[in-house]
Ligand binder design. Structure first.
Ligand SMILES: C[S@@+](CC[C@H](N)C(=O)[O-])C[C@H]1O[C@@H](n2cnc3c(N)ncnc32)[C@H](O)[C@@H]1O
Length: 347
């Protein structure tokens, strides 16, 4: 009689000619001393052993159900060749910007504006086949790359808006304005797309609470234990985000990790529960983690194994804790408002 055993998806995928990444277990763990309150997510040897089984290389066409909720390790240009057409509801693009930067073992140098546009065009074209007429596309850039990025995007999509978000900390400049903003281009395939405005309301403290003289009732605001607040719809200027840093539970050592709150706003506005989200430049896994926390299906692609493992570690942690810093009770709160969120009596 056959004994019952756990179904192992990794074995199944291996049989189907996926190649899980095998790490050298001789790898020496980085042991940088960290402050006691430092909450940065790191990888232990046992994490590496356990999580290695969860990331995959791909060398054979797969069905949608085999791709969902997975992290694929490899260059996105090659990986997406094996994905079926018309499978993605929301595409989130956070490619390396045109800056000299290192992503683990990869080093990037600055290209000319024209070269950057050509490079972007070369990786964007293979993704088009995966989209549906109702898909939305978000593409991140800094102010400098925004110019070629918009030019490439408008070749294929309808640009609906440009969001600018404030990075709290920017690098100072001696002979220029300090750079502390980034752009996110919001595009769609057609005019038939999901936009859940009611799901992305923001709560702000009211500085001058106005009371309607006739009804003697607050106008557009409400009072709670935490103070007086207005709940409004967000504009295309996002000033409530905090770039992850050492004391935040979502922080990793990835050099350009996006805040979970940013992804939460994008996913809630532009996808439905159960919708399929693809991030082909997954980095530390923020898009997949937020998709999981918000009940979406995710597919992540990342070239660096180290980041794939970090993404899987964060995905495992998301099973234990689904909170997203700054998003509480279905609204987005201002920066540094945790005491108010607590005082509102519900946290
Ligand atoms: C800007 S970062 C993304 C950060 C991510 N949004 C996060 O929150 O962590 C870009 C990532 O793309 C990865 N990358 C660069 N070229 C790639 C390629 N051709 N295929 C897959 N990943 C790639 C880099 O290793 C890097 O981690």
């Amino acid at each position: 009689m056959k004994s019952l055993r756990f179904y192992n998806f990794a074995d199944e995928l291996e049989r189907r000619r996926f190649l899980p990444i095998i790490f050298s277990m001789k790898r020496i763990e980085r042991s940088r001393p960290r402050a006691p309150r430092n909450r940065t997510i790191t990888l232990s040897s046992s994490d590496r052993r356990r999580l290695t089984r969860k990331i995959f290389r791909i060398s054979f066409p797969v069905s949608l159900s085999e791709m969902l909720d997975r992290t694929f390790c490899g260059g996105m240009e090659e990986v997406v060749r094996f994905f079926p057409s018309g499978c993605v509801d929301l595409l989130f693009l956070d490619p390396p910007y045109n800056l000299p930067k290192s992503f683990h073992r990869q080093k990037y140098r600055r290209l000319t504006v024209q070269q950057y546009g050509e490079w972007m065009d070369s990786w964007l074209r293979p993704l088009l086949r995966l989209l549906k007429p109702s898909s939305s596309i978000y593409c991140c850039s800094d102010w400098r790359t925004s110019i070629p990025v918009a030019q490439v995007l408008e070749k294929y999509f309808r640009i609906q808006n440009r969001i600018t978000w404030e990075r709290e900390k920017g690098r100072g400049a001696k002979r220029n304005w300090k750079n502390c903003s980034e752009d996110i281009w919001f595009c769609t395939m057609t005019e038939r797309f999901v936009f859940n405005l009611g799901a992305v309301k923001i709560r702000r403290k009211v500085l001058a609470p106005y009371v309607d003289p006739e009804t003697e009732r607050p106008k557009d605001w409400h009072a709670s234990q935490g103070g007086k607040y207005r709940t409004t719809h967000p504009s295309n200027l996002w000033t409530d985000l905090t770039v992850p840093f050492w004391s935040m539970p979502e922080n990793t050592d990835h050099p350009t990790q996006k805040p979970e709150k940013l992804l939460a706003r994008v996913l809630l506005a532009s996808s439905e529960k159960g919708g399929v989200i693809l991030d082909p430049f997954l980095g530390s896994g923020t898009t997949s983690v937020v998709a999981k926390k918000l009940g979406r299906r995710y597919i992540g692609i990342e070239r660096e194994k180290e980041y794939c493992l970090l993404a899987e570690k964060r995905l495992a942690l998301a099973d234990l804790d689904k909170t997203i810093q700054g998003f509480h009770e279905n609204v987005f709160w201002e920066r540094n408002s945790l005491p108010e969120q607590r005082r509102s009596g519900r946290k």
